[in-house]
Design a protein around this ligand. Structure first.
Ligand SMILES: Cc1cc2nc3c(=O)[nH]c(=O)nc-3n(C[C@H](O)[C@H](O)[C@H](O)COP(=O)(O)OP(=O)(O)OC[C@H]3O[C@@H](n4cnc5c(N)ncnc54)[C@H](O)[C@@H]3O)c2cc1C
Length: 572
């Protein structure tokens, strides 16, 4: 007798909710790993796999063709990956006991129930919006191609009008820059005195100047109280004419579906996942902006809405679904933005975060050239490294400039990810030719400074510690060359170039000496000399340039606070 024919095994079904960065990475990776299963992607908007990071650049025409932002279509995904992609469909409920998800067609309103063996949640994050918005107000957010289409048709109606952008984070700055490039009179409103919370204040101050110089009016320290049909009213009563208002006030993870299904949501507000991106239900995975991630520095829960991470999560979830080992790495939050031609990048913690979390830090500012100064086209940049004084490990870094910023932050991010110490940046062997870098690359230079600080060879104070040092009786020596004095002076500083120190140093016997130069390097030489001559000497970290940026930041913060106080008084 023949053995009974086994019943044909029906393929497993994986449903993916959200068809962009994390969701589409999960779906396509899963197909590459498993040809058999059914993969259904549910997407609320009318497009999948679009380039959300490129959306702001279509506003100005830098990305001229709207279709270039659409990386895939449902038809192509069906042909190439055998994915069943349903756009304009919204997942509205999950029944975990039955392993089903209810999906509503936005076109017909019909609701269908889909069975899943595994469910991947990749719903992203929702933009915050102002609370008081009049009916018919031209308020927009930017998250999807549909949002972009609405903004573009509004711009067609008001081609040379007034735009107000609410929020000074990455998307707010990109939108303000691109709206100004398009020719709109653009104002950016930001609560508090600083743009870009991922930076410390002295690093952010030049970004504000740069944006203002490129035609974006800044209203720092202001909040939007009301969005009307043709204007925006600020907390101090100011009215800003507005044909277009873009809310870029940050995002909140899309957790409604998960929370209603009883999945665990963490203290940061994101869906809790384990290292293979499994939620509190083993059949449900979650990826991207919607999930709570682990901070790479201290393992604490945090939200990190960035594209690279969402893609990485999608891949990891697909691996876990087919039984491959997947272990999500914690998030460093490495980010970069172009602001009107200025590149701004950061990784890890700011000095502010490190101090708030009780770390004793060593902070290094430097102002190197992007490549060898003798080769044409070298441009200055500002770097900041935040180091844990307890173990010399890097906590974070920030960089701004017009050239070479991306590679320095990426090298530092790689070194941080590998657990290297700050001093060991000195040992990195980086590609060099004069048009690309320096024989002692700016990253190596940070390592040299870190070594000197760790060894106690150099001692520094920060720009925000200078006033206290002077109040305690320290003398401030400016050791710059004469030609550099035109850039400005620090009040109370005595000019004494390095070459004259040997002759004059006895005047300062018994007093602490703070030395400063333009960027910190000449002052290091001066500090070594004064130390050898028996003085108690510290170097003003980052020199005049960092001090100037710090003072400017304080000015911005003060005017922001004054604006807030005046508004509060007016309201009382
Ligand atoms: C304008 C802009 C610029 C950006 N620039 C950068 C950048 O330069 N660098 C960077 O690293 N990151 C950038 N980001 C962030 C980056 O795009 C996100 O981190 C990334 O897209 C997150 O991927 P995700 O899959 O979690 O969510 P998304 O890519 O947002 O995809 C989620 C999708 O899920 C859909 N969805 C939600 N709920 C449901 C539901 N119930 N049913 C069906 N579908 C649903 C949504 O319609 C959405 O299309 C930018 C974001 C924006 C908006």
């Amino acid at each position: 007798m023949l053995p009974p024919t086994p019943a044909p095994r029906s393929p497993r079904v994986t449903v993916v909710i959200g068809g962009v960065a994390g969701g589409m990475s999960a779906a396509t990776r899963l197909r590459r790993l498993d040809e058999e299963r059914e993969i259904i992607v549910i997407e609320r908007s009318s497009a999948v796999s679009f380039a959300n990071c490129g959306l702001p650049y279509h506003v100005s025409g830098v990305i001229a063709e709207r279709d270039d932002l659409s990386l895939q279509t449902p038809d192509r995904l069906a042909e190439r990956f055998r994915l069943e992609v349903r756009v304009r469909h919204e997942a509205v409920a999950i029944d975990r006991a039955e392993q089903t998800v209810e999906v509503r067609s936005l076109a017909s309103g019909q609701v269908e129930t889909l069975h899943y063996d595994e469910l991947v949640l990749a719903p992203g994050a929702a933009p915050r919006r102002p609370s008081d918005v009049a009916a018919g107000a031209p308020l927009h957010t930017l998250r999807t191609l549909d949002d972009l289409d609405r903004i573009m048709s509004r711009l067609d109606e008001a081609p040379a009008g007034n735009a107000v952008v609410i929020g000074g984070g990455y998307i707010g700055l990109e939108m303000a820059d691109n709206l100004a490039r398009r020719g709109l009179t653009t104002t950016l409103v930001q609560r508090g005195g600083q743009l870009l919370a991922a930076l410390d204040e002295e690093m952010a101050a030049p970004v504000a100047d740069h944006l203002a110089a490129h035609g974006v009016a800044l209203r720092l320290g202001r909040t939007v109280h009301h969005v009307a049909v043709d204007h925006v009213r600020l907390d101090d009563g100011t009215r800003l004419a507005a044909d277009l208002v873009v809310a870029a006030m940050g995002v909140v993870p899309e957790t409604r579906l998960a929370a209603r299904a009883g999945l665990a949501v963490g203290p940061s507000g994101g869906i809790v996942v384990d290292r293979s991106h499994r939620t509190s239900d083993p059949a449900i995975f979650a990826v991207g902006d919607a999930v709570e991630q682990r901070d790479a520095v201290d393992g604490s829960p945090r939200l990190v809405p960035l594209a690279g991470l969402a893609n990485r999560h999608g891949r990891a979830a697909a691996d876990a679904i087919v039984g491959r080992a997947a272990s999500a790495r914690p998030a460093l939050g490495t980010a970069i933005i172009d602001v009107a031609g200025l590149t701004v990048a950061s990784v890890g913690w700011t000095e502010r975060t490190a101090r708030e979390r009780g770390r004793t830090v060593r902070v290094i500012h430097s102002h190197p050239l992007s490549h060898a100064g003798y080769y044409p086209g070298a441009s200055p940049m500002s770097l900041k490294l935040v180091v844990d004084a307890a173990n010399d490990l890097m906590l974070g870094a920030q960089a701004i400039g017009t050239d070479g910023v991306d590679k320095r932050i990426d090298v530092i991010a790689t070194a941080m990810g590998a657990g290297m110490t700050a001093s060991s940046l000195a040992e990195l062997e980086l590609a060099y030719a004069p048009q690309f870098g320096q024989a002692k690359d700016p990253v190596n230079q940070l390592g040299y400074i870190a070594e000197n600080l760790a060894a106690g060879t150099d001692r520094v104070i920060q720009w925000h510690e200078l006033d206290a040092a002077l109040a305690e009786g320290a003398v401030l020596l400016d050791v710059r060359g004469e030609a550099q004095l035109d850039e400005g002076r620090i009040p109370g500083a005595r000019w004494l170039p390095v070459e004259r120190l040997r002759a004059a140093h006895t005047e300062f016997a018994g007093r602490r000496i703070v030395v400063h130069c333009r960027v910190g390097q000449g002052a290091h030489t001066a500090a070594r000399l004064l130390d050898a001559l028996g003085h108690d000497v510290v170097n003003l970290d980052g020199g005049f340039l960092t001090w100037r940026d710090g003072m400017h930041a304080r000015g911005l913060a003060r005017s922001g606070q004054a604006a807030e106080a005046a508004a509060a008084e007016a309201a009382a």
